[in-house]
Design a protein around this ligand. Structure first.
Ligand SMILES: NC(=O)C1=CN([C@@H]2O[C@H](COP(=O)(O)OP(=O)(O)OC[C@H]3O[C@@H](n4cnc5c(N)ncnc54)[C@H](O)[C@@H]3O)[C@@H](O)[C@H]2O)[C@@H](O)CC1
Ligand SMILES: Nc1ncnc2c1ncn2[C@@H]1O[C@H](COP(=O)(O)OP(=O)(O)O)[C@@H](O)[C@H]1O
Ligand SMILES: [K+]
Length: 488
């Protein structure tokens, strides 16, 4: 058994791995980690005046090993030991293998160095970084971080103090959630992940719950000779009377991402009938429509008023439909949360999330999304530049594959349409949501390159067929070449 390539390691997972290493194994792991750090640096920088700032734990230990290798390769290296390792600890033994110049006071060395290596604290930091330490690191001109820039909480991406931005961050085995979560993400620079070996026992110890959202985490259904429109899936969308554009955008996105049939029910029926000819428009009561067992998947929310949501949502829930609730269906406070019980997926942006869940919005986004998913019993897609997809069972995916070009009105409706199409295609809710976020991001990246960075929302749907094709290609690849970090 191996660890899935898309797993992101929490500090807790790392501790489980470290205990599986045993003492000898741990020394080998630190040797491997320090060597990887030195190699990653050597591959990117010419030999220069370097200060390695070492803390008291294993992050510091990696720093001592990296210093040793850089010096072997002829670099001018000094260590600034900002805290001594614990007496008689393994870190102390490893630190002694560094025989070069060591200082305990900065004395202006950091400001004068060409390169500073931050080996002070790793991802498991539990207390805020002291002002003294952050002052020292902030003087660096160019910084390379081991594991995470010191002061970053590896699990949540929160900053525990004032953190200096790194140009390069080198992590081990698998990246950390923080490497892809704001605000930490913006401070990590290029991410390199080094393979330092993993004891077989460790794989069983790690219970991965956080993943990078890339093809291979999920599998899209592929086109088959025997397909017919019902096998590809039917999406039904609750029609709005006034904000009809949102409904049409969602409908087009659902069709462009593979739904066999998309129907709009109610709202401004005349307008919908005169819009895209591929749409089917119904003017029957919702109570009638839910009796059709082929119409299992419903999108409720884009463009809808409160009154419209009240007319649709309870009937859909009591009919046991698979529901995606977005926009207008995401109301205010505990009563609105209660009204959502029974839906499969909700897709709030941060404003909608705050309105629904109040104080929970103040928690780190990954924790907030996970708790909200447990609270509603639905998949929560917390949108943003680092969209988080949380399942009620605790699984979380973090999406990187996106573009700021998506920050345009109606882009959320596009996403809702894609999720609906994948649900209708038979994917489970979390997988459908993850895949949809990736396809949406891919369409955004493609539209940005085609329209000079500033596409209108209607351009997104045009990229969805190709996005799906790219996802199918990558999801079948064994080598995971297209990840947003380099591998060593
Ligand atoms: N499994 C893995 O992922 C591996 C991780 N390795 C390294 O191991 C590191 C983790 O090692 P540790 O768990 O020793 O963590 P750290 O090296 O971050 O050190 C934690 C130590 O600092 C103290 N501390 C925490 N916050 C503090 C604060 N604000 N002020 C002062 N002291 C504070 C703690 O009490 C503890 O003694 C990783 O960052 C990575 O560099 C590698 O050596 C090999 C394998
Ligand atoms: N800077 C960004 N980088 C990547 N994706 C973004 C960015 N800004 C917004 N998005 C994405 O665009 C979509 C916007 O959705 P939403 O706010 O609901 O828009 P609307 O309600 O106008 O349709 C979300 O999927 C979000 O993740
Ligand atoms: K560090």
């Amino acid at each position: 058994m191996t660890l899935h390539p898309l797993v992101l390691l929490s500090p807790h997972d790392s501790q489980s791995i470290d205990s599986a290493f045993g003492e000898d194994g741990h020394v080998r792991a630190v040797e491997g980690a320090g060597w990887a750090v030195a190699r990653a640096i050597r591959a990117r920088y010419a030999p220069c005046k370097t200060v390695v700032v070492c803390g008291p734990g294993f992050n510091g230990a990696d720093g001592y090993v990296a210093a040793r290798w850089l010096e072997v390769w002829g670099w001018s290296v000094v260590v600034l030991a900002v805290a001594a390792p614990k007496k008689d600890s393994l870190v102390e033994v490893i630190a002694r293998s560094w025989r070069g110049r060591t200082f305990s006071e900065d004395g202006g060395r950091i400001a004068n160095a060409d390169l500073v290596v931050d080996a002070v604290f790793g991802a498991g930091l539990s207390r805020p970084l002291s002002d003294g330490l952050s002052h020292i690191l902030r003087q660096a001109n160019r910084l390379v971080a081991i594991d995470v820039p010191s002061g970053v909480c590896g699990e949540t991406g929160r900053l525990l103090g004032s953190v200096k931005k790194a140009e390069l961050t080198i992590s081990f085995i698998r990246p950390r959630p923080a490497h892809f979560l704001e605000p930490a993400k913006a401070l990590c620079g290029e991410i390199v992940c080094a393979d330092i070996g993993l004891p077989a026992d460790a794989v069983n110890e790690v219970k991965p719950r956080v993943f990078l959202n890339e093809p291979g985490l999920w599998l899209l259904p592929v086109a088959d000779r025997g397909d017919h429109k019902y096998s590809r899936g039917v999406v039904s969308i609750c029609g709005a009377d006034k904000m009809t554009g949102a409904v049409r955008i969602a409908a087009q996105a659902a069709r462009s991402s593979g739904a066999g049939l998309v129907r709009i029910l109610g709202g401004d029926v005349a307008l919908y009938r005169h819009s895209e000819p591929g749409l089917i428009v119904d003017d029957v009561p919702i109570g009638e429509a839910v009796k059709d067992s082929r119409r299992q998947v419903w999108l409720c929310g884009p463009g809808l008023s409160n009154a419209e949501v009240e007319a649709y949502l309870p009937q859909l829930i009591s009919a046991g439909k698979t529901i995606l609730a977005d926009a207008g269906a995401l109301g205010t406070g505990a009563e609105a949360v209660e009204a959502l019980r029974g839906v499969s997926v909700i897709t709030p942006h941060m404003g909608e999330f705050r309105r629904l869940f109040g104080a929970l919005a103040e928690s780190p986004r990954i924790e907030a999304a996970r708790q909200a998913a447990q609270c509603v019993g639905a998949v929560v897609v917390l949108k943003g530049s680092d969209t988080i997809i949380a399942a009620p069972d605790g699984r979380v995916a973090i999406n990187q594959h996106a573009s700021p070009a998506l920050a345009t009105a109606g882009s959320g409706d596009t996403l809702a349409g894609i999720v609906s199409a994948l649900l209708a295609g038979g994917m489970p809710a979390w997988e459908a949501s993850c895949a949809a976020v990736w396809l949406h991001g891919d369409a955004g990246i493609a539209a940005a390159s085609e329209y000079g960075g500033w596409p209108v929302v209607e351009a997104l749907e045009k990229g969805l067929g190709r996005a799906r094709q790219r996802a199918e290609k990558h999801q079948n690849a064994k080598n995971y070449k297209n990840l947003p970090f380099a591998r060593l």
